[in-house]
Design a protein around this ligand. Structure first.
Ligand SMILES: *[C@@H]1O[C@H](CO)[C@@H](O)[C@H](O)[C@H]1NC(C)=O
Ligand SMILES: *[C@@H]1O[C@H](CO)[C@@H](O)[C@H](O)[C@H]1NC(C)=O
Ligand SMILES: *[C@@H]1O[C@H](CO)[C@@H](O)[C@H](O)[C@H]1NC(C)=O
Ligand SMILES: *[C@@H]1O[C@H](CO)[C@@H](O)[C@H](O)[C@H]1NC(C)=O
Ligand SMILES: *[C@@H]1O[C@H](CO)[C@@H](O)[C@H](O)[C@H]1NC(C)=O
Ligand SMILES: *[C@@H]1O[C@H](CO)[C@@H](O)[C@H](O)[C@H]1NC(C)=O
Ligand SMILES: *[C@@H]1O[C@H](CO)[C@@H](O)[C@H](O)[C@H]1NC(C)=O
Ligand SMILES: *[C@@H]1O[C@H](CO)[C@@H](O)[C@H](O)[C@H]1NC(C)=O
Length: 505
């Protein structure tokens, strides 16, 4: 009875949340997009890329060029597209207005409006990676813009150029940040251009590198946008604004650096941000867990429209770097591992959005499992296990001594079996892999030996060696009971907060 009342309350709450979120989503200017790099040895065909975008409900993408196949595949999808003039073509475009006009006509006008091109990036991090093209940057911006004006598209399509955040010096405290003065002769006309054309400052922000290069000055949690106790926040002594993450501090540094040059009304869009999921031995913080934490927190932060301390409530739309792992990228291992997906469209990790459920990195391969979280409290695991085998109606007999799933006899291993079974019994519905926060969705098949987990029966026997990470955790608590009979069933509410999928992207 108690459980039913709570279920009804939770349903009411869910409906309330859905309504609340749909109001937020009505605001068009807060969005998350994804960058699509193409340096893959087996780059998926544009139609496959677009199928993945649709399945994941990704509605904003940035291309590093204006690939015709991609632009055709993106036609009539509703997906908003940023195209780019690659750095290699910048000199040509910045030196000749007819070259610029041809580029716009072939790569933009020919596809618009079927392909909803909203923005043109002219070059990428030009001042820091291609300084000898800096002198033509402003002309390239102007020529591209003039070509849009001539085609009467300048109101629908904005023109800008992404800057590396390293262009901003002394970025903490943000109130003292300024652009590298060496570039003022380029920056002032560029900002002037952005202001008069109603465009925005594009900034690439990589807290991962800021953290790596800080020699321990920047705490990991501060880089990962984790909630910090207020006494750990960084305070800007000039403004008394409190910063709880690198991302906000960099965005505010950009606002202050612009203000220093007397530009106060140019909005910021973050054209790249992310975290690598794998790295060399000297990149120990490039992990799946950190990548997931960063990107999940970033998405929540952007969509929540928290804004920054300087401009609270002003959302900073952000493009995550990036859709695919790019195995052909030169450099350290981390360079190849910024993606949310592999070339087959299989998620590298399932984002933690609102604690449970998969939203962005959707289960397209249909192979997700529900496992006990690493380090979860063993009493809570035991209670959840007990609930799953009792009220949850999971057949836990394979966990009995002598049965296939008895070994390893730990609470975490047994809980994973029960959680995964429940999750699949419930059709992998959102919110059915939470168990009061002690369970999480994983793409690692927890099956081992003859203990075949639900969700993996299609590949019977081919994964006998794989062990879920959760299995490695030796629970410090009591050994698992042989029968989880519901001795202390907990009233347990699953609130699948579907709201995010409605808001996302
Ligand atoms: C290019 O510039 C020349 C001279 O500055 C001008 O006459 C011409 O109209 C421009 N062409 C375009 C396509 O804007
Ligand atoms: C294209 O994107 C813009 C900006 O988001 C939007 O206002 C417009 O309605 C879109 N057009 C189409 C045809 O979807
Ligand atoms: C500022 O930019 C100049 C020109 O690219 C560069 O040589 C210099 O190192 C930069 N200064 C800093 C502190 O990064
Ligand atoms: C949005 O941010 C505010 C302030 O940081 C926080 O209190 C609130 O819980 C957040 N809401 C969501 C839905 O994340
Ligand atoms: C996941 O993908 C399926 C199609 O494969 C789609 O129907 C579903 O809406 C997606 N769910 C989310 C939350 O994106
Ligand atoms: C995923 O699995 C469900 C049943 O578990 C099935 O109904 C659905 O068609 C599958 N989807 C794909 C894309 O394989
Ligand atoms: C799965 O493997 C087990 C043991 O190898 C075997 O007994 C069982 O018949 C297999 N199931 C299917 C569906 O192939
Ligand atoms: C399973 O593990 C053993 C040793 O642990 C190894 O020799 C064997 O090749 C593995 N099998 C597969 C299919 O990975």
């Amino acid at each position: 009875m108690v459980e039913r009342v709570q279920a009804e309350e939770s349903m009411a709450l869910l409906i309330f949340l859905l309504l609340a979120f749909s109001v937020v989503s009505a605001d068009e200017d807060a969005f998350i997009g994804v960058n699509i790099g193409t340096q893959l040895s087996d780059m998926p065909h544009p139609t496959q890329v677009v199928a993945l975008l649709k399945a994941q409900q990704i509605r904003h993408v940035r291309l590093y060029d204006a690939d015709r196949g991609m632009l055709l595949a993106l036609a009539n999808t509703g997906i908003r597209v940023v195209v780019s003039v690659p750095n290699e073509q910048l000199l040509g475009i910045g030196q000749s207005n007819s070259t610029a006009a041809n580029w716009v006509s072939q790569n933009v006008v020919a596809h618009f409006p079927a392909t909803n091109i909203t923005t043109i990036c002219v070059g990428s991090e030009v001042l820091t990676t291609l300084p000898n093209a800096a002198l033509v940057l402003i002309n390239a911006l102007k020529f591209v813009h003039s070509a849009l004006v001539a085609s009467n598209l300048d109101r629908q399509i904005k023109v800008s150029t992404p800057f590396a955040s390293s262009l901003i010096l002394d970025s903490f405290p943000p109130s003292q940040a300024f652009f590298n003065h060496s570039w003022n002769s380029v920056l002032v006309p560029t900002l002037n251009f952005l202001q008069t054309t109603g465009s925005f400052l594009m900034l690439n922000i990589y807290p991962y590198y800021d953290y790596m290069q800080s020699n321990g000055v920047i705490p990991l949690d501060y880089a990962l946008l984790k909630p910090l106790p207020s006494n750990k926040e960084a305070v800007d002594a000039n403004t008394l604004l409190h910063y709880s993450n690198v991302f906000d501090a960099m965005v505010d540094a950009a606002y202050f650096a612009m203000a220093y040059l007397k530009f106060t009304n140019i909005p910021v869009v973050v054209t790249e941000s992310g975290w690598p999921s794998k790295g060399d031995s000297n990149e120990p913080d490039a992990t799946v867990e950190n990548a997931n934490t960063y990107n999940s927190n970033l998405i929540k932060h952007v969509l929540n429209k928290t804004g920054t301390p300087k401009h609270p409530g002003i959302a900073v739309s952000t493009y995550i770097y990036e859709l695919y792992n790019e195995d052909m990228k030169p450099g350290p291992v981390s360079e190849k591992n910024w993606g949310l997906f592999d070339a087959n469209g299989k998620p590298i990790y399932i984002l933690h959005l609102v604690g449970s459920g998969s939203v962005l990195a959707n289960d397209t391969a249909n192979q997700t499992y529900c496992a006990a979280k690493d380090g979860a409290d063993s009493k809570m695991l035991l209670a959840a296990l007990d609930w799953a085998c009792g009220s949850g109606k999971v057949d836990c007999s394979p966990l009995l001594q002598g049965k296939p799933c008895y070994e390893p006899d730990t609470v975490a291993a047994h809980a994973t079996y029960a959680f995964d079974t429940y999750y699949h019994q419930m059709g992998k519905a959102l919110g059915t892999c939470d168990f009061n926060g002690v369970a999480a969705i994983t793409t690692t098949n927890p099956s081992r030996g003859s203990c075949i987990f639900p969700g993996s029966d299609k590949i019977n026997g081919t994964f006998l060696n794989s062990t879920a990470p959760a299995m490695d955790v030796k629970s410090s608590g009591a050994p698992a009971q042989c029968f989880y009979g519901g001795a202390f069933s907990i009233a347990f509410i699953i609130i699948g907060v579907l709201g995010w999928s409605a808001v996302l992207l």
